[in-house]
Ligand binder design. Structure first.
Ligand SMILES: [Zn+2]
Length: 101
């Protein structure tokens, strides 16, 4: 049996970075709507879009480089595949494994 408690720190970090990533994705529409209502110029919208893409790539990268506490491989990356699933792509460790009794 695995000692799930010792994975807690690493899993909390992975969960936090995933939260940042999903926040950036969800922020897209309200942010664009807000910017459009303030300044609907194409140039402003394009600038905001570029900033959002850069932000998305940065959070994506930060979330992708998290290492799985059990197998030591990248939690969300397997070879050329990057999937933000709730399980480790290598050893199937669940993202909330430390929360189980
Ligand atoms: Zn793993």
């Amino acid at each position: 049996m695995d000692d799930h408690v010792e994975y807690g720190k690493a899993l909390r970090l992975i969960r936090r970075r995933r939260k940042y990533l999903f926040s950036v994705i969800l922020l897209y529409i309200p942010a664009m709507w807000l910017i459009h209502s303030v300044s609907p110029a194409l140039r402003t919208m394009l600038t905001a879009f570029v900033i959002w893409v850069v932000l998305l790539m940065a959070t994506c990268l930060v979330a992708a480089v998290c290492k799985c506490p059990r197998c030591g491989n990248y939690f969300h990356v397997h070879g050329m595949t990057m999937l933000f699933l709730r399980k480790c792509l290598h050893c199937q460790l669940h993202i909330n494994a430390d929360r189980k009794p």
